[in-house]
Design a protein around this ligand. Structure first.
Ligand SMILES: NC(=O)c1ccc[n+]([C@@H]2O[C@H](COP(=O)([O-])OP(=O)(O)OC[C@H]3O[C@@H](n4cnc5c(N)ncnc54)[C@H](O)[C@@H]3O)[C@@H](O)[C@H]2O)c1
Length: 332
């Protein structure tokens, strides 16, 4: 089986490639990544000399490149996306390019070469929920440029399934955490700033709720959807760990033995969604997947990884962590 992974130098893509190379050693993996924010070559350093792994630096918006790579593959896993809500507020255009045009570029190639596509989406397409959990039928209601571009990509995918009978599955996941996540996101940012005894910013009141899942559980759910899912269907993937930002940050501080006086409340994010929640009964009942890791266990693994891999993040300044910019030292 030849698989093409897009965005494989990013957080989830790199964990997915490591998961596949461990559990499916016969698979040939090609990884294409534009090396935008979120990517890190160190993420897959251990695969550097592996025969079954090939890396290509490239943009999914490049139609010719995608055409060549898709033709050589049996299936595409599309992780590539601009992924941070805050940056989507300051630079929406990058999100429109990668998340909408990039998806279109892949869709055209999978249509032309009749290849399977697993498209990775997010719970954020459903917007903020006061109560209950979103199942696959709920109407989209995205709030940020990030979530709207992800929702737009999904609509485009659906149109290719309906109009061209394309063989595509969408997976939609809640907030991931784990090793290799770029420190612009809440959990790694909190861990690293706490290790450095720096102030940890929390938006608004910190009561906003997200449902958290360990990245390895997400990778397993994606493979389950690939192996057992039906074309044209979408599958919600949730960790059933709804926690507020306050709870998350306090848990991390407690586990690291740091004081809560490091917390600093800052002005809220514009349009900040209060709560996301997914109902993943469908993937559980129809495909037999459920998460394996408990939240505390997975958080412990994650904290230990950041403590043991300081080389991975030490080139980043505090400013880069807070606003999501890379420097050349870190990038090597
Ligand atoms: N992180 C989460 O909690 C979460 C939750 C649900 C869904 N998702 C989705 O999972 C996917 C991966 O998210 P992540 O957290 O790993 O993000 P990430 O920012 O860590 O990684 C994204 C990767 O995509 C690459 N990329 C971006 N635009 C590209 C382009 N035009 N061409 C080639 N490569 C490009 C980046 O260089 C980066 O390596 C995204 O589609 C995201 O929407 C993420």
């Amino acid at each position: 089986m030849k698989i093409l992974v897009t965005g494989g130098l990013g957080f989830i893509g790199s964990n997915f490639i490591l998961y596949v190379s461990k559990h499916f050693p016969d698979f040939k993996i090609t990884n294409v990544d534009a090396e935008f924010v979120g990517s890190n070559r160190l993420n897959l350093y251990e695969l550097k000399n592996k025969k079954n792994y090939e890396y290509i630096k490239g943009n999914i918006c490049n139609r010719d490149l995608m055409d060549r790579l898709v033709e050589k593959s049996d299936v595409v896993f599309n992780f590539a996306a601009e992924s941070h809500v805050d940056r989507s507020i300051t630079d929406p255009e990058a999100f429109v390019n990668s998340n909408i045009f990039g998806t279109y570029s892949i869709l055209e190639s999978v249509r032309k070469h009749k290849r399977k596509l697993i498209h990775i989406s997010t719970d954020e397409v459903f917007g903020s929920l006061k109560s209950g959990s979103a199942d696959e039928q709920l109407r989209f209601n995205p709030s940020s440029p990030y979530s709207s571009t992800k929702a737009s990509a999904e609509l485009l995918v659906n149109s290719y399934c309906t109009t061209f009978d394309a063989d595509i599955i969408i997976t939609r996941c809640t907030n991931n955490f784990g090793p290799r996540q770029f420190p612009e996101k809440l959990i790694p940012k909190t861990i690293i700033l706490a290790i450095k005894n720096k102030k940890i910013p929390i938006f608004g009141t910190g009561r906003n709720v997200r449902d958290w899942i360990f990245v390895v559980d997400h990778c397993e759910a994606i493979m389950t959807a690939f192996k057992k899912g039906k074309p044209g269907q979408s599958y919600n993937i949730s960790g059933y760990n709804e926690l507020s930002n306050n709870q998350i940050v306090r848990k991390i501080l407690r586990m690291l033995g740091k004081p809560t006086s490091l917390i600093k409340y800052v002005g809220d994010r514009p349009g900040h969604d209060f709560r996301y929640s997914l109902d993943s009964t469908k993937i559980k009942k129809e495909l037999g997947w459920k998460p394996k890791y408990g939240f505390e266990e997975a958080l412990d693994i994650t904290i230990r990884w950041y403590l043991e891999n300081k080389k991975w993040w030490k080139g980043l300044s505090e400013k880069q962590m807070l606003v999501g910019k890379k420097n050349s030292k870190y990038d090597k």
